[in-house]
Design a protein around this ligand. Structure first.
Ligand SMILES: [Zn+2]
Length: 196
């Protein structure tokens, strides 16, 4: 039996709005796409303007593929976050690679922020962008949101947590539909929270 495929022929903008369930609040680019061509990972700007001030937004990579989001959520429910926190503690090469990848991410995020602001960063902003990991946590070893790690790995970042999860749940493939009718029919909620 072949799985039901759902074709979406609208624009990226329309699809992203439906996948997020609301309009995005921050500027973004589509970093990667699923085999069907629809957005898989969004890359948001690490800083945004609000009330005439620049504010930090450290969680720059967002997983939007509904199939991956669901599989990662299931893994989180099964204790995946705790498992990877433990692995960072117990597996030195895994930890070293993870830390190197987080340092690269931090350097990239700071340079993007400086480019967007057009000069040096205000100290408070520099501190947040210097300390937060990919999932926005200041505790580099506190693995909470696995979605952010998967999005980072898909976007080409060095992230052994994201890579290990993708090995488990499988990459998006043409024969495995990413969009379900339910995901496309998601009702639009009002914008809010620290989201792109
Ligand atoms: Zn996908």
């Amino acid at each position: 039996m072949s799985p039901a495929t759902v074709a979406f022929t609208g624009t990226d903008e329309e699809l992203v709005r439906r996948l997020l369930g609301r309009p995005p609040r921050l500027p973004y680019v589509v970093a990667t796409r699923c085999p069907g061509g629809t957005p898989q990972v969004l890359q948001a700007d690490p800083v945004f303007r609000e009330d005439k001030r620049w504010k930090p937004f450290p969680t720059i990579y967002w997983l939007v593929c509904p199939r991956l989001k669901k599989a990662v959520a299931r893994l989180e429910q099964e204790g995946g976050s705790k498992m990877f926190t433990q692995r960072l503690r117990d597996d030195p090469p895994f930890r070293e690679e993870y830390l190197a990848g987080q340092r690269e991410l931090i350097a990239f995020r700071l340079s993007e922020a400086r480019r967007l602001i057009g000069g040096p960063l205000p100290p408070d902003l520099e501190t947040v962008l210097n300390e937060a990991n990919i999932a926005g946590s200041r505790d580099l070893f506190g693995v909470k949101c696995l979605h952010a790690h998967v999005a980072h790995a898909l976007a080409g970042g060095r992230n052994p947590i994201g890579r290990a999860i993708l090995e488990r749940i499988g990459l998006c493939r043409p024969e495995r539909p990413c969009l379900s009718p339910a995901a496309l029919a998601a009702p639009t909620r009002p914008a809010g929270g620290a989201r792109p």
